[in-house]
Design a binder for this molecule. Structure first.
Ligand code: AMP
Length: 417
């Protein structure tokens, strides 16, 4: 029979690399707890409308990348391409903000985008992210940036860039958009085809262009920070000045717009030189209108997400990851299949004492079983032969120093507790 391959752009996480995932997840969990963020889990699919109404029609995600299908009941369903919209849908539906005006939430899970797969870019990838809901003030921006920054540091990544920009409030953005469109229209013929198309639907995204000619042209484009109105400027200055006081390193990047429509005011992104062309490993921003757009009371919020696969790529280049040091406590060898029930009995008692145990299941020779015990890095081998079985005893071999003794089962069991 022919082998079946996994879907392009998806990856199995195999047992020998799962410890990296646990490492990141455990560290992130500890840090999130210190900030008093609570986990939220939403379904991996939502009504398509959740993403159309939030991410925005002119964006790559909505136009090209969503896994959308009609289910058997005729409903348009989408595998979530990101979390924020789904989290907001959940907050509104479950009236989470009725009890307290603020919510601190984190999430972890798979996300789906139909992108061209390459290093660090998958069609199913994983994000760990957080949302701080309820405050319009720049101190919320600071808290969320500190959380994001602490998460990165907690896994030993020190060498990265934190880029920050402000998209201002709706008024500033409109003023800027007009100026930018005027400038781009004057230079329309020099723009790449992609950017020309974006000029009609989502001109701010042109600032994100990777096309070299576009980049050269954009060097002379109007700068958003110069279009900020007073309110937007005060907000951004507070963020920047507080980061300075806290000695958080950042770079202001005028061209950082991020891909989604719902952002306003502060946006930020984490980049690494260890990733090649997909150099962003996390990012986020303020989304003050999203909750209202999804049917809730007007509530400001800010959040971010990290891509776990990209964090793992960085950790791999830094050689920070320790080899899988898994081991088991006891490997139970049986000389004859007759003793297998006895072996399982012992294994269950070992496990009930919070130690790990495996019973041989291949009915191999004792020599081959011993080889397996060593291969699995077992600390002890327990050998059950005829005399052990008859006398209710076990032979136990310490595989670290190769000493061996035969002891009463009852004595062994008391030694476990
Ligand atoms: P975004 O939701 O686009 O702001 O992405 C946040 C982070 O998720 C990015 O910085 C990446 O680390 C990660 N990410 C986004 N899209 C992908 C993808 N297709 N494959 C792998 N990681 C991704």
């Amino acid at each position: 029979m022919e082998k079946i391959q996994s879907i392009r752009g998806t990856k199995d996480i195999l047992p020998d690399s799962i410890n990296l995932w646990h490492y990141i997840f455990d560290k992130f969990n500890q840090v999130s707890n210190k900030f008093n963020y609570k986990e939220i889990r939403t379904p991996i699919f939502e009504k398509t409308e959740v993403f159309h109404r939030s991410i925005g029609e002119g964006t790559d995600i909505v136009n090209k990348e969503m896994y959308t299908f009609t289910d058997k009941g005729g409903e348009s369903i989408t595998l979530r391409p990101e979390a924020t919209a789904a989290v907001v849908r959940s907050i509104v539906q479950n009236s989470i903000l009725n009890e307290s005006p603020t919510a601190r939430l984190w999430y972890f899970g798979p996300f789906f985008r139909y992108e061209r797969p390459q290093k660090g870019r998958l069609r199913q990838f994983h994000q760990y992210g957080a949302e701080l809901i309820g405050s319009p003030n720049p101190e919320a921006d600071i808290e969320i940036i500190l959380l994001a920054n602490d998460l990165v540091k907690s896994i030993g990544i020190e060498d990265y860039q934190l880029l920050i920009n402000s998209l201002g409030n709706a008024n500033s953005r409109k003023m800027y958009r007009d100026k930018l469109v005027d400038f781009l229209n004057e230079n329309r013929d020099s723009l790449s085809a992609d950017s020309q198309a974006r000029l009609e639907i989502n001109p701010l995204r042109i600032l994100d262009s990777k096309d070299e000619n576009d980049i050269e042209l954009l060097a002379n484009a109007p700068v958003i920070l110069e279009s900020l109105d007073e309110e937007s400027k005060i907000h951004f200055d507070f963020v920047i000045n507080t980061l300075d006081k806290l000695n958080i390193k950042y770079e202001i990047n005028n061209r950082l717009v991020r891909g989604l429509d719902y952002y306003s005011h502060t946006v930020f992104e984490f980049r690494s030189n260890h990733l090649g062309s997909q150099d962003s490993f996390g990012g986020g921003g303020r989304y003050d209108n999203l909750i209202e757009n999804l049917g809730g009371k007007s509530t400001p919020a800010i959040g971010f997400a990290f891509g776990i696969e990209r964090l793992i790529l960085i950790l791999e280049t830094l050689n920070k990851l320790t080899a899988n040091a898994d081991s088991i406590d006891y490997y139970i060898l049986t000389q004859n299949s007759q003793y297998i029930p006895f072996a399982f009995e012992i294994a269950e008692i070992i496990r009930s004492n919070d130690k790990s145990a495996i019973v041989e299941i291949m009915r191999r020779s004792i020599k081959a079983q011993m080889r397996e015990a060593n291969k699995l890095n077992a600390k002890f081998a327990i050998i059950i032969g005829e005399s052990e079985f008859e006398n209710q005893s076990i032979t136990i071999k310490d595989l670290t120093n190769s000493t061996q003794e035969t002891i009463d089962l009852s004595k062994f069991l008391t030694s476990l507790t």
